[in-house]
Design a protein around this ligand. Structure first.
Ligand code: IPM
Ligand code: MN
Length: 375
């Protein structure tokens, strides 16, 4: 049992973020009581509303406070009244970059009972992990305009790939493949067109592969990966790719596993502060209606627990989600047959009941779930 208490920063964020995070925290409370661990929450108010009131996105003072936490639990960032890019770059990407969360880990797993958009494919076929580079590539914002607004306008947006950045994510992917006991690591790129960037990626991949002789490797162009994800998803174990390609194929992956209602990811800095989030975004259309699916946020919590030293609790949360899925009419917002809160209750209640080690735990564990509010 871990001794170090979990000192969590919570950023509910925009849109439906606060609604799904509330359910995640309900499940965290149940998990802490079930598995006997302590945690402390500090809430941070970041997002579109703060920006509209104060013009602030992610102040340095907040960033330094966040650095002091064990992990960050994030709802969503994005506001329909704020020009695209401002909050994404000013908050979400800034967090990923400043905290050097160089891995974006996105499991693509179809749970039993989830309707799959692919005919003839089931949970055994859709079970792989995308390791997306998370601090470089097209996302760094390198480039600019020349002669903006004139007929001669030029827009340049460059993909930045460093040997160090590529090597660390590739090595992480190899280690993960080995740790999970999976057979194959696939590098996704575009060596036939992006002849500089993916030349670096491919050479690095081949070199790092020598440290892992038992792991089968393959290279595929990213367009082919998209095709195989639909026609033969079972061929994948772990895929490593750059930031932009990883962004695109993980939305495709989310669709395969039942949609954004269930897809979660971790922005990991294995040596620092990591951040866990449902990958679906702020869903303004559903905000405040109590109809959004909280399972993605709950599975983000599962990833958080798994990576923060609470593997048994993580397994418990996952089992609870698996046990609740068959009761939902659909995973889509507004079609679940339950409200957001009810789904959170179902998972929390199932978690309280489920545990293979139920009888081996003491019942007198003292819980600390203090909540500090910051603005
Ligand atoms: C994601 C999102 C973000 C990204 C956006 C909101 C900037 O699509 O987490 O996949 O492109 O990384
Ligand atoms: Mn995305």
């Amino acid at each position: 049992m871990p001794i170090k208490p979990l000192n969590l920063a919570v950023i509910p964020g925009d849109g439906t973020g606060p609604e799904v995070i509330a359910e995640g925290l309900k499940v965290l409370r149940a998990a802490a009581s079930r598995y006997g661990f302590k945690y402390h929450l500090t809430r941070f108010n970041l997002g579109g509303e703060r920006y509209r009131k104060t013009g602030e996105t992610l102040p340095d003072s907040v960033l330094s406070e966040l650095r002091e936490h064990s992990a960050i639990y994030l709802g969503a960032i994005g506001h329909p009244e704020v020009k695209p890019g401002i909050l994404e770059q000013g908050i979400l990407l800034k967090l990923r970059f400043e905290l050097d969360q160089y891995i974006n880990l996105r499991p693509v797993q179809l749970y039993p009972g989830v309707p799959c958009p692919l005919r003839d494919k089931g949970p055994a076929d859709i079970d792989f992990i995308v390791v997306r580079e998370n601090t470089e590539g097209l996302y760094v914002g390198s480039g600019g305009f020349l002669k903006k607004g004139t007929p001669d306008e030029v827009a340049i947006q460059e993909s930045i790939n460093t040997r160090r950045g590529v090597e660390r994510v590739v090595r992480y992917a190899f280690r993960l493949t080995r740790k999970l006991g999976r057979k194959k690591l696939t590098l996704g790129g575009k060596t036939n067109v992006l002849t500089y960037a993916f030349d670096l990626w491919e050479r690095t991949f081949r070199e790092v592969a020598r440290e892992f002789p038992r792991i089968e490797t393959e290279y595929l162009h990213v367009d082919a990966i998209s095709m195989w994800m639909v026609t033969r998803p079972e061929r994948f174990d772990v895929i490593v790719t750059d930031n932009m390609f990883g962004d695109i194929i993980t939305d495709l992956g989310a669709a395969l596993q039942g949609g954004l209602g269930i897809a979660a990811g971790g922005n990991l800095n294995p040596e620092g502060v990591s951040m866990y989030e449902p990958i679906g975004g702020s869903a303004p259309k559903y905000t405040g209606k109590g109809v959004i699916n909280p399972l993605a946020a709950i599975l983000a919590l599962k990833l958080l627990l798994e990576h923060q030293g609470f593997p048994a609790a993580a397994r418990g949360v996952e089992q609870a989600v698996i046990s609740v899925i068959p009761r939902l009419k659909s995973l889509a917002a507004g079609k679940m047959g339950f409200s957001t809160r009810q789904v959170g209750d179902l998972v929390a209640n199932s978690l309280k009941k489920w545990s293979p080690t139920a009888s081996s735990r003491g019942t007198s564990t003292k819980l600390s779930a203090g909540v500090t509010r910051r603005s």
